[in-house]
Design a protein around this ligand. Structure first.
Ligand code: G4P
Length: 529
């Protein structure tokens, strides 16, 4: 319990959203509150711009910039907040999924006009795997959005999440007048571009007060009264335990670009969001309060710029104290390692650090010693679990154009898959190497890097698969039979686990029905117990 104070003052989280819902804008407003940045616009460089989608080098250049802001640490009311950035571009969704394994909670931004979108759904699925506590921020209330009740119903239904409104909006679009804070019992009146501290807040304990009519007009005051009665009747007080279990999500309405409704959310966030939590490992749960250090690598960033060919491994501290120049145990390599230049990520710039505590993320310069999911300890042998690989969505066969470089190609493919750039499958009984990615851009990145870094020249041949499912069965014979009958669709992943490559949902459902003894999984634990 040596580090209890440090642990209790930390909150580590990520903001997730469908692109364009307002994640970058909200991030920036939170940083302004924390004093980590002084001017609006400072976080914009972090965003991969829409027009760059066809140019992966440009995207990489921007990702390079974004390393510095991969983790933004700032203090707010004595609480140290670590905000882990997630790439907005959908082709880098795997990076986002893995970052979610390193946070203790998330803020989900939903666009009030577009409601639940594709990426929102997928990200929430990943959160649900770990029962991550979620706070929802419904953004862009200054635009004519969906009806507030319909929107909540849509989110509840689509994301399979119970919502608990913490603030309630008065109209939307041009008529948007502000929100009523159901918890604080005050009215926050909307003015565009507030500075946060100078919000127009009116305390209204009893909604029947005439002051409400004066402030928002009779009609809207009455609508608000009816709405609040309904909302209070259904929801009552927020059950913090249910939020921490990931069952109930508090909801705030606001407008990030106008810095409206953000402070209400941040104040609640620091009050209820979880402190760094204990975590499961391959042999026992590791209590966050243990004195001995442990942590795991959840992301590796390789710089494509030939002038700065460095890799940075992102370590999440799970227990104890990480110290500069101290030897730690690299479990997979069974080797003692130390780091002379570990750095923390502050919004301003990179800083070398001496020590880090649970909840913190440390950047480690890496020359190829790390892969995703690696665990560091003070000597004990275990792996943190709950760091899955996700099924890719695009599959291509790797065609070696230069047989003289076969060895280099194999080495390159292994290293790139260690970094989590792509997944590699070998067709069962054959030698076909199939790469699976979440987005088309990764294939360009892989082709470029194999040539630049390993001298291997490749082409890709499209494969007609839509999902990879890891398969298992209690009946070894049935699994064996299935593997042989379906050998064209069965492959092994990099660690030798069996995978069924499905051409379509229909094929997958058919195989599931025909083979009830075989289990199909869309994710695979990197470290199996
Ligand atoms: P993202 O990171 O989730 O992709 O979204 P981002 O914050 O970049 O926001 C996407 C667009 O939505 C931006 O406009 C941003 O200004 C706008 N936006 C964010 N919050 C609000 C809001 O509360 N109300 C309204 N009306 N718009 C909002 P853009 O034109 O794409 O970019 P920019 O030129 O403003 O930077």
């Amino acid at each position: 319990m040596k580090y209890l104070n440090e642990i209790n003052r930390r909150r580590t989280f990520a903001i997730i959203s469908h692109p364009d819902a307002g994640k970058t804008t909200l991030t920036e407003k939170l940083l302004l509150f924390g004093g980590a940045i002084q001017t609006a616009g400072a976080v914009k460089s972090n965003k991969i711009k829409k027009h760059a989608t066809s140019d992966f080098m440009e995207i990489e250049r921007q990702r390079g910039i974004s390393v510095a802001t991969s983790v933004m640490s700032f203090e707010y009311q004595g609480i140290l907040i670590n905000l882990l950035d997630t790439p907005g571009h959908k082709d880098f969704a795997e990076d986002t999924y893995r970052t979610l394994t390193a946070v203790d909670s998330v803020i989900l931004v939903v666009d009030s006009v577009n409601g639940v979108e594709d990426q929102t759904r997928r990200l929430m699925e990943v959160c649900r795997m770990r029962d991550t506590p979620v706070i929802v921020f419904i953004n862009k209330m200054d635009r004519d959005g969906k009806n507030r009740f319909d929107l909540l119903e849509e989110i509840e239904k689509e994301l399979n999440l119970h919502l608990h409104p913490m603030t309630w909006p008065i109209n939307s679009g041009k008529e948007f007048k502000g929100v009523y804070n159901l918890h604080e019992k005050n009215l926050v009146l909307f003015t565009a571009n507030t500075k946060g501290s100078d919000e127009d807040v009116v305390s209204i304990n009893d909604l029947s007060e005439a002051l409400l009519d004066q402030k928002v007009g009779d009609r809207d005051a009455n609508i608000l009264r009816e709405d609040v009665e309904l909302v209070d009747g259904v929801h009552g007080e927020l059950d913090a335990e249910e939020y921490l279990k990931g069952k109930v999500a508090p909801v705030f309405f606001g407008s990030a670009v106008n810095n409206f409704g953000v402070k209400e959310m941040l104040d609640t966030f620091i009050r209820i969001a979880p402190t760094p939590r204990s975590r499961e490992t391959s042999i026992r749960p590791v209590d966050v309060n243990e004195d001995k250090f442990s942590g795991f690598i959840f992301k590796i960033h390789a710089n494509l710029d030939p002038k700065h060919r460095d890799r940075i491994a992102f370590l999440r501290v799970c227990s104890g104290k990480f110290e500069r120049n101290k030897y730690f145990h690299h479990v997979r390599l069974d080797k003692e390692v130390r780091f002379s230049n570990p750095y923390t990520f502050l919004a301003r710039d990179k800083d070398i650090i001496e020590a880090a505590y649970p909840g913190d993320v440390v950047g480690l310069f890496d020359t190829g010693n790390f892969k995703i999911g690696d665990t560091l300890t003070e000597g004990e042998d275990f792996y943190f679990t709950g760091i899955p690989s996700f099924s890719p969505e695009i599959f291509k066969e790797v065609v070696n154009k230069d047989p003289m470089k076969t060895k280099q190609l194999e080495k390159g493919l292994l290293q790139l898959t260690d970094e989590g750039v792509a997944q590699l499958f070998t067709q069962f009984g054959g030698n076909k190497k199939i790469i699976g990615c979440v987005g088309e851009l990764q294939f360009e990145v892989i082709q470029y890097r194999l040539l630049q870094e390993y001298g291997a020249s490749v082409e890709f041949r499209a494969q007609p698969f839509y999902k990879a499912c890891w398969i298992s069965s209690k009946d070894a014979k049935k699994l064996d039979d299935f593997t042989r009958f379906k050998s064209n669709n069965v492959a092994t992943d990099k660690d030798g686990y069996l995978v069924y490559l499905a051409q379509s949902e229909w094929f997958l459902n058919t195989e599931r029905t025909n083979n009830p003894d075989i289990e199909f999984h869309f994710t695979s634990e990197i470290h199996k117990n």
